[in-house]
Ligand binder design. Sequence first.
Ligand SMILES: NC(=O)C1=CN([C@@H]2O[C@H](COP(=O)(O)OP(=O)(O)OC[C@H]3O[C@@H](n4cnc5c(N)ncnc54)[C@H](OP(=O)(O)O)[C@@H]3O)[C@@H](O)[C@H]2O)C=CC1
Ligand SMILES: CC(=O)[C@@H](O)[C@H](O)COP(=O)(O)O
Ligand SMILES: [Mn+2]
Length: 395
Amino acid sequence: MTRQQITVLGATGSIGVSTLDVVSRHSERYQVFALTGYSRMSVLAAQCRQHCPRYAVVADEVQADVLQAELAAEGLATEVLFGEAALAQVAADVEVDVVMAAIVGAAGLRPTLAAVEAGKRVLLANKEALVMSGALFMRAVQDSGAQLLPIDSEHNAIFQCMPSHFADGLSQTGVRRILLTASGGPFRNFTHEQLLQVTPAQACAHPNWSMGQKISVDSASMMNKGLELIEACWLFDARPEQVEVVVHPQSVVHSLVDYVDGSVLAQLGNPDMRTPIAHALAWPERIDSGVSALDLLLTARLDFQAPDPERFPCLRLAREAAEAGGTSCALLNAANEVAVQAFLAGRVGFVDIPVIIENTLNRLPSESVRDLEHILQADQSAREHASTWVEANGK
Ligand SMILES: NC(=O)C1=CN([C@@H]2O[C@H](COP(=O)(O)OP(=O)(O)OC[C@H]3O[C@@H](n4cnc5c(N)ncnc54)[C@H](OP(=O)(O)O)[C@@H]3O)[C@@H](O)[C@H]2O)C=CC1
Ligand SMILES: CC(=O)[C@@H](O)[C@H](O)COP(=O)(O)O
Ligand SMILES: [Mn+2]
């Protein structure tokens, strides 16, 4: 069997590490072509030693020189590149078959689009890229013939429960609605008064998943579910009202699809990202992921409840942006990224996150998207506006 060449964008993060764990279980199928990192250079160096990629990509020239010298001294042939153009280069290289898009936030947009435009099998973890550029991103998938497979646990579950011809349209294929599950995060039962006091460390302590800081804070504010609602609309060609969010604290049911005949299909499993990663890597085959079998007797209970829009306004803001369309979702995403960074840096409180986003959306107009540059301009304007709010009102 010819081995598939894989580029892992964001290799040093939580998804990147899980991806390399699955890949290393199947060295007869996959060969690492390129790995990228941003700040965790010792992790990237160790990954290069283990996987011997053709390329490693880092943020700047200084980092590149240091890593290149270290790897060369150990006799590794890996070539170290740097900067955004290099990320796009290793995503689009003609030798690459599969790209794991696992850079966090808007920084992942251009390299992920480069993989899509080059017609790769793209495993999409970087939901912010799709949220920002929705229609443009999906058009690029259509035009290039790229194979887009969702990694986000909920969307991977929905993909597994959808009819194979879902691209014909949800109603034509008998789908009534998508039920998107949410854990509710670490503050699911907190009162508004308790939310006023929460710390970054508490927000990053997700009850069920071990993830990077940004998505952990998003889960705590439920903006993660808002971004996922938008992501589901684009991936499955659904209208926002066809996607219902259901809080399910155990994170065992990863999402469900409700059909017009009353059937509801769900995908279940232990909360471990190696399952969706292995699914998307091998699809339509199945391979071992290293995840243990689900023990239903140990799980014992599956609870479901409605989300609370009062304590978690981010979900409403995201739904409104999805309904408004145009540049709204790029504005929402950028304001959220600034607000989350400010919260993690101790500059604003947790409850300020939705305030910053709503203030930004109220001040900046939503426009019909012209092209990628237009989306990046909207992203920049929202960042400036949200940062001004932090400067004026933060610590
Ligand atoms: N973790 C999870 O379980 C899930 C994650 N996702 C999504 O996957 C994506 C990655 O999440 P996660 O792995 O948790 O995040 P992490 O923070 O753990 O990892 C992010 C990765 O992106 C790199 N990175 C950060 N900033 C930049 C930048 N400006 N330019 C280039 N690379 C950069 C990091 O490099 P370095 O570490 O070297 O700084 C790291 O490799 C996010 O979009 C998230 O929403 C979706 C579902 C589940
Ligand atoms: C693992 C994954 O896909 C995350 O997006 C996870 O779903 C976060 O949990 P929440 O449901 O709390 O947002
Ligand atoms: Mn998810």
